[in-house]
Design a binder for this molecule. Structure first.
Ligand SMILES: [Zn+2]
Ligand SMILES: [Zn+2]
Length: 121
């Protein structure tokens, strides 16, 4: 099933133009981000919530002309998880969160990918 996303040339991210090979939509990712922030201090929780609120306002652009179906909620979207988390990271930076928290966030969401057990089926 995943193979379908990789070989379908129209399943590309509207931001980076890369194929979306791990199609988790912005709204599902947002849920994971809030779960991650749950264990953090109040400031991080608040900034993460704000980031998601801001990004949600742009979500029309992210779902327009989309051909990629989220592996978790099956809604269509057109932004890869990497670009979405990048957008959150830049918001966290602007909010002057400590580097160590930003690094932890990046490690959790960008570089190891979304762990299988983290996807709500
Ligand atoms: Zn992308
Ligand atoms: Zn989803």
């Amino acid at each position: 099933m995943i193979q379908k996303y990789i070989t379908n040339p129209s399943s590309v991210c509207v931001i980076c133009s890369e194929a979306i090979t791990n199609p988790l939509c912005p709204s599902c990712l947002s849920r994971h981000i809030l779960v991650w922030a749950e264990d953090k201090d109040e400031r991080i929780k608040r900034v993460c919530k704000d980031a998601i609120k801001v990004l949600r306002q742009q979500s029309v652009r992210m779902t327009k002309n989309s051909s990629t179906t989220c592996i978790s909620c099956h809604r269509e979207h057109s932004v890869c998880p990497f670009c979405f988390t990048e957008a959150v990271v830049s918001y966290l930076r602007e909010s002057k969160l400590p580097d160590k928290d930003i690094e932890e966030f990046k490690e959790f969401f960008n570089y190891i990918g979304i762990p299988e057990h983290f996807i709500f089926h």
